[in-house]
Design a protein around this ligand. Structure first.
Ligand code: NIG
Ligand code: FE
Length: 420
């Protein structure tokens, strides 16, 4: 029989129970909090969540009881946009940007994504798994239990497969759950700059079929942007991906209004990500096609820009907003969802409740996992965090510190702070 344990004495059990769909409008503020809540877990699954009395009546003698000590308990964060497998870091470019260079200028002189591509091509699968494990630990420590993980720093068939295999191995060997995305169209590699169409054909005719055949990805993403992939090229790649049964995500309107949001809508993508420059027409197109916007304020912050996406307008328009870190070595070197909550509230005027929903249940739906994770409800996977504060608003209010006291993934304790 699988092990059973109860978590009791939660000041707030932030269940996020509600309609079985991505949350929009007023539902984006409904956290379904149970004061003095408790939860019963059997094996890797939530058996019940409710008032302390109710749960205590279900407990028998061999049930372990964990006292949450009047802390907040909520689902693990679901980070729906990350680039967590790469070699080397780019602290040098960070320093150059601090001295006035822009992200685009650095990219134009061969730095940026292409710099990480060079180091990642030289790394072995084992090297990538090793650094990936270090980052997995960082995600868990800040309370994240599932991440979407993109390839995109290989840009040859073999190097893209190597990254996706590293993601598969990380999923098997760490307690963090990974949802893999193929991003072979993250940049046009240096050797194809004068023959872009040949690279697009390589992605479509060689990479995508292999990735699909080996079942190494659930989604395909494209960096649709001026100087990167045009709308037509993005269209060609994403439609081919759809024919292989992959879901679609798009890096859209990040550095300029390039029409990526409209493209995501036309292709019925699951998500359009970034959207720093998306206009009202783009927002309306996302709404009509039910595409979820994934907002990444960490990259705006780390690039020293003020172009935060129009979160309020998107919420007013009825979009099921998602928040994610965009963890990567260039534009957003943070794995911390609490930092993203802080930025969402201070820079994009989302409320703490909206930010929490965008970082959990809405993110889960954007990864087609709304029925498995993202809320604390009977039958869902027991991915949850006991955070030190007693009020959920403190998660966004105090920033720059790690809130989790204990982190559980699939019903197992995977991270804990020493007791003081
Ligand atoms: O989402 N925009 C493209 N990709 C990443 C940046 C990757 C990098 O700079 O290495 C992003 O911001
Ligand atoms: Fe990204």
């Amino acid at each position: 029989m699988s092990e059973t344990f109860a978590v009791v004495n939660c000041s707030q059990l932030v269940t996020l129970a509600g309609a079985h769909r991505p949350r929009t409008g007023g539902d984006l503020r409904q956290l379904a909090i149970i004061e003095d809540g408790a939860m019963l877990v059997r094996g890797d699954t939530i058996e019940a969540a409710g008032r302390r009395r109710e749960i205590e009546s279900l407990i028998n003698n061999d049930c372990e009881v964990i006292d949450a000590g009047r802390r907040v308990v909520m689902p693990g964060f679901v980070d729906a946009h990350t680039h967590p497998v790469f070699a080397g870091i780019r602290a040098n470019e960070f320093e150059q940007r601090a001295s006035g260079a822009t992200y685009r200028e650095i990219a134009a002189r061969g730095g940026g994504i292409r710099s990480t591509v060079r180091t990642t091509r030289n790394a072995s699968l084992a090297d990538l798994v090793k650094s990936g494990k270090r980052y997995a630990e960082w995600f868990l420590r800040s309370g994240t239990t599932t991440i979407e993980a993109k390839s995109g720093y290989g840009l040859t068939l073999e190097d893209e497969l190597k990254i996706l295999r590293a993601i598969k191995q990380l999923n098997e060997e760490t307690p963090l759950h990974y949802v893999p995305t193929f991003l072979g169209a993250h940049d046009v590699p240096s050797e194809y700059r004068s023959r872009r169409q040949t690279y697009v054909s390589l992605v479509v005719n060689e990479m995508l079929p292999r990735v699909a055949q080996e079942q190494l990805a659930e989604y395909c993403d494209v960096f649709c942007e001026q100087d990167v992939f045009t709308n037509d090229e993005s269209w060609e790649i994403l439609s081919a991906a759809r024919c292989h049964g992959l879901g679609l995500r798009v890096h859209a309107d990040q550095l300029s209004l390039s029409g990526g949001a409209k493209l995501a809508a036309e292709l019925n993508a699951a998500t359009a990500d970034h959207l720093e420059h998306t206009d009202v027409t783009g927002i309306a197109a996302l709404k009509a096609a039910k595409v979820q916007p994934v907002l990444l304020p960490g990259s705006v912050y780390a690039l020293g820009s003020n172009d935060y996406p129009a979160a309020r307008e998107m919420i007013e328009a009825g979009l099921a907003v998602v928040l994610a870190t965009d963890f990567n070595p260039g534009s957003s070197p943070t794995p911390s969802m609490p930092m993203i909550l802080s930025l969402a509230c201070t820079q994009m005027k989302m409320t703490p409740a909206e930010a929490i929903i965008a970082a959990t249940i809405n993110a889960a739906y954007s990864l087609a996992r709304g029925d498995q994770i993202g809320s604390l409800e009977k039958g869902k996977r027991a991915d949850f965090v006991i955070h030190e504060p007693s009020d959920y608003r403190e998660l966004a209010y105090f920033f720059g510190i790690e809130h989790p006291w204990r982190v559980y993934a699939s019903g197992k304790l995977v991270c804990q702070k020493p007791d003081r």
